[in-house]
Write a protein that binds this ligand. Structure first.
Ligand SMILES: [Zn+2]
Ligand SMILES: [Zn+2]
Length: 181
């Protein structure tokens, strides 16, 4: 999303302009529609982009391995530094911060890269299709959200029980198992 801020760079500090965001952004998992509102605030050295955006990305449930659409809220707050003085056209020194966002020589801000980075940060490390996802049967691999399978707990193949312990290792269940051993 491109916004020309040449007029706003000439305004006084504290001036705010609001923009509707409705944009398809390419993230790791594919294209996502991003919507919301961003305010651009003129500061003494930059334009501060601040706002709340909403999107959904396709992710894989860490428990049952099914694909689902995960809603994300992005609280964007990024400063954009001009590389050219809007009045004189002279080059401006950039702040030391590595990877800071810039306003190009045509006084245009590109919000897309910031949105892409915020989406990647907002995706949960262990996504769950729902809070009480039942996961997969460690014996036959059946998705237990679709109902029970025909396996009885006693018939669990010993080769799989090692795997099931691994899957449970991150859950609170592991404590219970320890207590039983
Ligand atoms: Zn799941
Ligand atoms: Zn089963």
């Amino acid at each position: 999303m491109w916004i020309n801020v040449s007029q706003q760079l000439k305004t006084s500090i504290g001036t705010i302009r609001n923009y509707e965001v409705s944009e398809i952004v390419n993230v790791a998992s594919g294209k996502s529609m991003v919507q919301g509102e961003v305010g651009l605030i003129r500061t003494d050295r930059s334009i501060l982009a601040k706002g709340t955006l909403h999107t959904e990305v396709e992710v894989t449930c860490s428990r049952c391995l099914s694909l689902f659409s995960c809603p994300l809220t992005l609280n964007i707050e990024e400063e954009y530094f001009p590389i050219t003085d809007v009045v004189s056209g002279a080059s401006l020194p950039l702040p030391e911060e590595p990877g800071c966002f810039t306003i190009d020589e045509h006084h245009v801000i590109d919000l897309t890269e910031a949105i892409r980075q915020y989406v990647l940060l907002a995706i949960p490390m262990k996504p769950l299709c729902r809070g009480d996802c039942a996961g997969l049967c460690p014996n036959c691999g059946h998705n237990l959200n679709q109902g029970p399978c025909d396996c009885s707990p006693q018939e669990t193949d010993p080769r799989w029980s090692v795997l099931s312990k691994l899957t449970l290792a991150s859950d609170a269940v592991v404590n219970k198992r320890k207590g039983m051993e």
